[in-house]
Design a protein around this ligand. Structure first.
Ligand code: ADP
Ligand code: MG
Length: 351
């Protein structure tokens, strides 16, 4: 055989590296919306409004009334690994904010056109500035602004032809975005959410601040869902280590639906937890075969030291096993069993 010369190894251009990384963090329009809404939640907003055009490919706009961004931070706002939420690696242990990596906004500037308008408390005017490839395109311009921050992403994936084509050919992300906002809206009941298509008069998600979870579910998912729900609560029996707490609303035997809805939050993070989902499905199929496509909203609180939030946010497999990876397995298993016993007793008590 002919011995080939080994191909020469070279360093990739930084711009190539950044675009590849960005495409991993922001896989599709709904991932951008999730990052932006989580930033708004981290900014202590009481109102978050989303506008979407062309399934998010033309425009995603998220406006909030949170604490805003300091003028002097604007130059580095969209650089990779710039964050106000994390300083040392040890901080990760107890991190409560949704974000901490400082990668989301940067990523968006590598695969779309980002414009930020923001005002902080006590200022007479706000600032507006656009970003590309991590950098400001110009000095921030003073502008009129109401409280908080508005972030606009235009022409997402304009520079990733294949990705854009695939997304254009498949069903657009708008239903996914509505679904995401619905989930946030029933968990964060102290925040009002809205989501609408650009140019539409009506919102497809519209929630108001309320103290009643059930009211929130009713306003987002409708009366027909809310009327067939029951409240569940579970916590550790052991008071000395009382750290596991679960509350939620789950559908009863009257609830009939063609599809399963599971809204799972763990320590206020929206998670996809395959293990938990399957466990719940099994409980329903076994105890309520006629109502085996349940609606489940469940919010679980676990000790922060069991949390490893530092899982890459974007890999699909990671997403599926997110909760398993987030929490140390022994703790998850024990909790699962408690949860299941509780679910079973709740469901059987109404059958
Ligand atoms: P991370 O959320 O991981 O810190 P991001 O790239 O999402 O990284 O955001 C970078 C920083 O920009 C945040 O740490 C925060 O300080 C600021 N920021 C982003 N969005 C908002 C917002 N809506 N309101 C106030 N500050 C924001
Ligand atoms: Mg973030």
């Amino acid at each position: 055989a002919v011995v080939k010369e080994p191909p020469k190894i070279h360093r990739l251009d930084e711009s190539v590296v950044n675009r590849i990384a960005a495409g991993e963090v922001i896989q599709r329009p709904v991932s951008a919306v999730k990052e932006l809404v989580e930033n708004s939640l981290d900014a202590c907003s009481a109102s978050i409004n989303v506008v979407v055009k062309d399934g998010g490919l033309k425009l995603i706009q998220v406006s909030d009334d949170g604490h805003g961004i300091r003028y002097e931070d604007l130059p580095i706002l969209c650089e990779r690994h710039t964050t106000s939420k994390l300083s040392t690696f040890e901080d990760l242990q107890g991190i409560k904010s949704m974000g901490f990596r400082g990668e989301a906004l940067a990523s968006m500037t590598y695969v779309g056109h980002v414009t930020v308008t923001t005002i902080t408390k006590g200022q007479l005017h706000g600032y507006r500035v656009s970003y590309r490839d991590g950098m400001m395109e110009h000095e921030p311009k003073p502008c009129a602004a109401v409280k908080g921050t508005q972030i606009m992403i235009e022409n997402l994936f304009y520079n990733m032809t294949a990705r854009r084509k695939t997304l254009q050919n498949s069903a657009d992300d708008y239903p996914k975005i509505v679904d995401l906002l619905s989930r946030f809206a029933i968990h964060h009941i102290n925040v009002s959410f809205s989501c609408r298509k650009h140019g539409a008069a009506r919102s497809d998600v519209h929630s108001v601040v309320t103290s009643s979870r059930l009211d929130a579910i009713r306003s987002v998912y409708g009366v027909s869902v809310a009327r067939d729900l029951m409240k569940i609560e579970a916590s550790d029996n052991d008071p000395s280590s009382s750290v596991f707490e679960m509350t939620g609303f789950i559908s009863n035997s009257n609830y009939v639906s063609k599809k399963i809805t599971m809204v799972l939050f763990i320590n206020d993070r929206l998670v996809e937890c395959g293990a938990l989902k399957r466990a719940i499905e099994i409980v329903y199929a076994a105890t309520l075969p006629k109502a085996s496509k349940p609606f489940v909203y469940m919010s679980t609180v676990l000790p922060l030291e069991h949390v490893d939030a530092n899982v890459h946010p974007t890999k699909r497999e990671v997403q599926i096993f997110l909760a398993v990876k987030y929490y140390n397995c022994s703790c998850l298993l024990a909790n699962d069993i408690g949860l299941l016993i509780h679910l079973i007793s709740c469901i059987t008590s109404v059958v």
